[in-house]
Design a protein around this ligand. Structure first.
Ligand code: C2E
Ligand code: MG
Ligand code: MG
Length: 577
């Protein structure tokens, strides 16, 4: 015979296989009641299999099916899904504990299902070992960043009413060790540091337990983790206040003070620590880590080898910087800026000759901000270009208006120009357009540049200065005396005026308390400037004595509170009327 068919095995064969299988199993009906259970299941639960018949599986405590699984379990019983699985830590009737997977598989949808219990202890162990590897650092055996974040997240979730603290530590100059002595020594150092930190954290936790009269749970030590590179972190769950954290930070620093003897080298290291401690409610892991990171950066910036405590105000200042920086451009479009004008007065006859345009930001949230708060930011992010253009146009428009009130000569307007406006924008075209649009004679516009902006100016800035000067626009050097004070150089540029910096003028405050050296220097400067054909305007003239002495020395004009503070355009108009 070529073909041989196997007769179906009799029912009794399957039944025998079922009952003798080493795997604990039961056939259950659509209501989850046991129709038949095998011997293995009987011995697993510690009862003859026959006694299980008719019992609802969900009520067999030994199987550990609970609320979390019953929904999935019902789905299978009602034939809506094929199978469900869950793992449970169970106890065999003989006493040994095991990790078991309970599976329920539909055999006749909506009528019958097979339940089985598989020992997955080995798999479980393997998974745990892999998880341990994944969650720990190979060099120091410490928990790594992943585990640290996991613990931090659950600390923040669990204790909604408690407090949490972090010491974020970074070794100072670790890179040098790695670079000069090699990675082997570097790794050995990291490992040794890890052990000292762990020892220190354990000691502190034990002391805190004793201090608390053993009230704190045993084992509630502080987690020490290596976050990567030479960065370590210590997590304090249920902290008691900043004091506890700063004491810990100090202890960590002290623990690292003793030199390390490694691979024949004696190494001394220091570290910087950022300390954050706060109420758990409303804090996210990312926020806390960011705060710790910022604080660590402060510790480094403040000189390293120290701990620094998070300071909300210092951080708010940074945030404001960011908030301001990111909204500058839109603020120009929205017209949130205003220009104030400060009189510049001729020393000879006390007549108002010009005004300096000083910009202010009328911020919807922070109120009126002075230029020192935002000009630097605007230079950094380029917003200075549109902002400067606006200030220029606004100032020229006003100056033209004032010319109408005092046709015999008008008042010049002096506009500050940032370095970037000369380099990154076409200042010459901008000025030409604004003069054209406003109809202001070019001789009534002065541009103030700092010495550093024009120093070494070959090429573009020099061409720009020359073009502007040829248009008839005056060029002034602002804050003169704070930089190079290179008069010989400046005289070769088309510069018309020096604005003597306020710091020079300060020395002239009263007749008696002046610094004679300052006076000698300023006298010499003014004389030299005059020889080179430059006029001198003194800034920050605050009192009559200063004004008098500056006049005697030969300064041509003065600007400062002695005459007037910066004011709104309308007040300048009234002054002229
Ligand atoms: P600056 O050009 O040297 O302007 C003079 C600064 O001294 C102004 O400060 C003015 O209010 C202040 N001041 C005037 N008189 C006195 C006085 O008698 N005593 C003292 N202690 N200070 C006096 P402000 O308005 O805060 O401006 C600061 C700086 O911001 C300016 O220094 C200028 O460099 C910059 N700035 C202002 N407006 C603009 C602008 O539109 N564009 C650019 N690029 N920079 C500007
Ligand atoms: Mg100025
Ligand atoms: Mg100045």
């Amino acid at each position: 015979m070529l073909r041989q068919t196997h007769a179906a095995a009799p029912e009794s064969t399957y039944a025998a296989a079922f009952h003798t299988a080493p795997l604990p199993m039961a056939v259950i009906d659509h209501e989850g009641r046991v129709l038949t259970a095998n011997r293995a299941l009987g011995s697993f639960l510690g009862t003859p299999p026959a006694t299980l018949v008719g019992a609802p599986v969900a009520e067999l405590g030994g199987l550990g099916l609970d609320g979390r699984t019953t929904a999935a379990y019902r789905e299978v019983l009602h034939g809506r899904t094929d199978r469900m699985r869950c793992t449970r830590r169970l106890k065999h009737a003989d006493g040994h504990a095991l990790h078991a997977e309970i599976a329920v598989t539909s055999t006749a949808p909506g009528r019958q299902a097979l339940l089985s219990v598989t020992d997955v202890g080995e798999q479980h162990e393997l998974r745990e070992r892999l998880r341990h590897l994944r969650m720990h650092d190979a060099v120091t055996k410490l928990p790594n960043r992943s585990l640290f974040f996991e613990r931090l997240s659950s600390a923040l979730e669990d204790s909604a009413t408690g407090r949490t603290g972090i010491c974020y530590l970074d070794l100072d100059g670790f890179k040098a060790v790695n670079d000069t002595l090699g990675h082997r020594v570097g790794d050995a150092l990291l490992d040794a540091v890890a052990r000292r930190l762990t020892h220190c954290a354990e000691g502190a936790a034990a002391r805190e337990r004793t201090d608390a009269g053993g009230v704190l749970a045993e084992g509630g030590g502080h987690l020490v983790a290596r976050l990567g590179g030479d960065e370590f972190a210590l997590l304090v769950e249920g902290s008691t206040g900043t004091q506890q954290l700063t004491a810990l930070a100090q202890a960590l620093l002290s623990a690292l003070q003793q030199p390390f003897d490694l691979c024949g080298h004696r190494l001394t290291v220091s570290a910087s620590v950022g300390v954050v401690e706060r109420e758990t409610a409303g804090t996210t892991p990312t926020e806390l880590m960011q705060a710790a990171d910022t604080t660590l950066y402060w510790a480094k910036a403040d000189g390293k080898a120290r701990w620094t405590l998070f300071d909300p105000e210092r951080s708010a200042h940074l945030m404001t910087r960011q908030a301001l920086s990111s909204t500058l451009r839109r603020a120009v479009d929205r017209g949130e800026f205003v220009v104030e004008y400060q009189p510049i007065v001729d020393f000879d006859d006390d007549v108002l000759r010009g005004v300096e345009a000083l910009v202010r930001w009328q911020h919807p949230q922070f109120g009126r901000l002075g230029p020192d708060r935002f000009i630097g930011l605007a230079e950094e992010n380029g917003a200075i270009v549109p902002l400067g253009r606006w200030v220029l146009a606004e100032s020229c428009r006003r100056a033209k208006e004032w010319l109408g009130r005092r046709p015999e000569g008008g008042v010049y307007v002096s506009v500050n120009v940032a370095v970037r406006q000369v380099w990154d924008s076409d200042i010459v075209t901008d000025v030409a357009e604004v003069l054209e649009e406003t109809g202001l004679p070019s001789g009534l516009l002065q541009l103030e540049l700092t010495e550093s902006a024009v120093m070494g100016s070959a090429g573009r800035p020099l061409q720009a200065l020359q073009a502007l000067s040829e248009m008839g626009v005056r060029i002034a050097i602002d804050d003169f005396g704070t930089g190079y004070s290179n008069l010989a150089y400046l005289s070769r540029l088309p510069v018309r005026t020096l604005k003597l910096d306020g710091s020079f003028v300060q020395g002239f405050r009263t007749a008696r308390h002046s610094n004679p050296a300052d006076e000698t220097i300023v006298t010499a400067l003014v004389q030299l400037a005059h020889k080179l054909g430059l006029s001198v305007t003194a800034e920050c003239v605050e009192g009559p004595a200063q004004a008098e002495r500056l006049r005697r020395i030969g300064c041509d004009a003065g600007q400062g509170w002695h005459y007037a503070k910066p004011m709104a355009a309308e007040r300048i108009s009234r002054l002229l009327a």
